[in-house]
Design a protein around this ligand. Structure first.
Ligand SMILES: Cc1cc2nc3c(=O)[nH]c(=O)nc-3n(C[C@H](O)[C@H](O)[C@H](O)COP(=O)(O)OP(=O)(O)OC[C@H]3O[C@@H](n4cnc5c(N)ncnc54)[C@H](O)[C@@H]3O)c2cc1C
Ligand code: SF4
Length: 585
């Protein structure tokens, strides 16, 4: 077997899985190394007892805090990474998030790439992950060149009451952009059945738009793609000069294996990628790979997150609760000039989920009753990069996470603000209870290998290539210079697509996929684009992104004009290439 590849991708989550989707059609030989296996499809997928109380799917390892105390990280090692468990809230960062922003607790640094450069990739990622949403409903949303591919997910009656309650107080609640494969118009054929065990659970019916379902499985149909599961990347080795990754050392089913590639991409998640680079230290890189700046592992961020429950005498039979968000206080308020953050919902809580934070003597049956009445909010504020908040690897090779919370006043004000608002719209007897997510809740981990122009202050260049090495890239959440305050996955996905374009060009395979040089969007999405015409996704008023990006190429009028032809050609796949040449000229 030839163990040399064009590209090796380590990890199959939001970053690695999405990059694989981008590179797979290139024909280049790609090896994907994933430390986990496929999640078994079983009833426990949707059991809150198995998922939350028994932590059945959590990573089978413990990390250490600064005091050497073990804790269980809330992270998952499976094909699809943490997207198998995510709540699929797929937000774009705000345009201002890409610039320097002053907070009460310090400064959120500017990104080396502007929002406008990211925008085409946000559109591409939203399309790929089939995001449901409503443009124009979120008062802080950045400009977008494309409408959402799917309509917003509806609120269930109790959630509609919450939306109405906040609206009456002057807030502007909006539908959460969601990556779930739901068709509310045709529930009989919808993949998603709208259940209460989505956020924090794997989807038993494969209806979540996660990296496995959307990217990895389709990519495996290409003969040039090889996936090895249960393949733990232990170490990266360099050539004698220390400029190139020459070997990827893997432990698989108890055996040591070696692979090599022209390009090696680490996407093990912000914490695991940093740990991999640090434990790969050698004579040429004594502080760890890509670490001449001493920045690898530093500036770890994971958001200030709180779950806030309101309990009242009104039942909350909502199944899928994560449909509403509020960003009115994202950048501050009349009485507070600094950013506070983002208000959203968490998946519906029940007894076993409450049990994790409840006093041990309270039985699950009592907590189940509480779950029938609670409304469960998820509040996120930005934590700021601090070089002392860092990932290190101890002498036994174990991962140590050092983290001191910061920017807490902003978060406390956000929590107080929501409690106050709930107090105003909720009538009758009710009370609120909140709990901050502890160190192990590393769901939104980011920032350990930040990208930037200056090799002295950043680990990666703007293409997410290590400044110090010619063929090493990182495409997980580690590249974030700041955490901002909406969920991170869509930005990780968009960045993977952006880096993918760069890699295709580097590999000499860019001609058909590079975003900037596309004459039109059709090239990306055949046959999906034809489908878009067929199901009416491109409507009058929506603009073909090419028209905006390149100031040429067809707009929706042209697309619309070709709709009958698209319908015909959809049934006649062999003619699609000719059709593409015709309309994309
Ligand atoms: C319960 C939960 C809910 C969430 N909800 C949301 C949400 O609603 N919206 C949102 O935007 N984000 C959400 N997130 C966060 C989101 O899932 C992550 O931001 C995203 O998955 C991170 O992508 P990544 O590529 O950086 O890493 P991951 O998705 O974690 O992927 C890393 C992969 O690398 C593999 N790996 C690690 N180390 C190695 C190694 N040494 N060798 C081989 N393989 C390795 C892992 O097994 C894993 O498959 C949620 C997360 C959790 C846990
Ligand atoms: S809500 Fe839909 S996507 Fe989520 S777990 Fe349930 S069926 Fe799957």
């Amino acid at each position: 077997m030839n163990d040399h590849y064009d590209v090796i991708i380590i990890g199959t989550g939001a970053g690695g899985g999405t990059l694989l989707h981008k590179l797979a059609p290139s024909g280049k030989r790609i090896l994907v190394l994933e430390r986990g296996g496929f999640i078994p499809r079983e009833k426990d997928n949707w059991s809150s007892r198995a998922n939350v109380m028994e932590e059945k799917y959590h990573a089978p390892e413990k990390w250490l805090d600064s005091n050497g105390k073990e804790f269980q990280p809330g992270t998952h090692y499976y094909v699809g990474g943490n997207t198998k468990f995510y709540g699929a809230a797929l937000f774009r960062f705000r345009q201002q998030d890409f610039s320097e922003v002053k907070h009460k607790g310090g400064t959120s640094p500017a990104w080396p790439v502007s929002y406008d450069e990211f925008e085409p990739y946000y559109s591409e990622a939203e399309y790929l992950y089939q995001v449901h949403g409503e443009r124009g409903s979120d008062p802080t949303e950045p400009w977008a060149s494309k409408p959402y591919r799917r309509p917003p997910v509806s609120h269930e009656p109790r959630m509609q009451e919450v939306v109405d309650g906040f609206s009456k107080l002057g807030c502007k609640p909006f539908p959460v952009p969601l990556g779930i494969l739901i068709d509310e118009q045709n529930p009989h054929s919808s993949k998603c059945i709208r259940c209460s065990t989505c956020d924090g659970f794997p989807c038993l019916v494969q209806a979540k738009a996660d990296a496995q379902t959307i990217c990895v499985e389709p990519a495996l149909q290409y003969p040039n793609v090889t996936l090895l599961t249960n393949a733990y990347v232990e170490r990266l080795e360099t050539d004698a000069g220390g400029t190139v990754i020459s070997k990827v050392i893997v432990q698989r089913n108890g055996t040591r294996e070696e692979y090599s590639a022209d390009i090696v991409v680490s996407s093990g998640g912000a914490i695991n990628s940093a740990a991999l680079l640090l434990r790969s230290a050698n004579d040429a890189h004594p502080r760890g790979l890509a670490n001449s700046s001493d920045q690898v592992g530093r500036n770890y961020m994971a958001h200030n997150n709180t779950i806030l429950f309101t309990f009242s005498l009104t039942p909350n039979p909502t199944l899928f609760q994560k449909t509403m968000a509020i960003n009115d206080f994202y950048f501050g308020d009349n009485d507070w000039a600094f950013p506070m953050g983002h208000i959203s919902m968490v998946g519906k809580f029940d007894g076993p989920m409450f049990k994790a934070g409840a006093p041990p003597f309270v039985p699950v049956t009592v907590l189940n009753q509480m779950g029938k009445y609670s409304i469960d909010f998820w509040l996120t504020s930005e934590d700021l990069p601090d070089p002392n908040n860092r990932v290190t690897v101890n002498s036994n090779g174990r991962t140590v996470l050092h983290y001191k919370e910061n920017n807490l006043e902003a978060h406390a004000r956000l929590v107080a603000k929501v409690k106050h608002l709930i107090g105003q719209w909720q009538t009758g007897l009710h009370f609120e209870k909140s709990g901050k997510i502890p160190l192990g809740g590393a769901a939104h981990q980011c920032g350990t290998t930040r990208f930037g122009h200056d090799p002295k202050t950043s680990v990666l260049d703007i293409n997410c290539k290590a400044h110090d090495l010619e063929n090493l890239y990182v495409v997980d959440g580690g590249f974030f210079p700041s955490s901002n305050a909406v969920n991170p996955a869509l930005t990780i996905m968009a960045n993977a697509l952006r880096v993918g374009d760069h890699l295709l060009e580097r590999l000499g395979a860019a001609s058909t996929t590079k975003a900037e040089s596309r004459t039109c969007w059709h090239e990306d999405f055949l046959p999906e684009h034809l489908n878009a015409h067929l199901v009416g996704d491109l409507r009058p008023g929506s603009e073909c992104p090419a028209a905006r990006r390149n100031r040429r190429g067809p707009n929706w009028h042209d697309c619309f004009r070709y709709r009958p032809l698209a319908r015909l050609l959809h049934a006649r796949a062999p003619f699609q290439q000719a059709f593409r040449r015709r309309i994309c000229r």
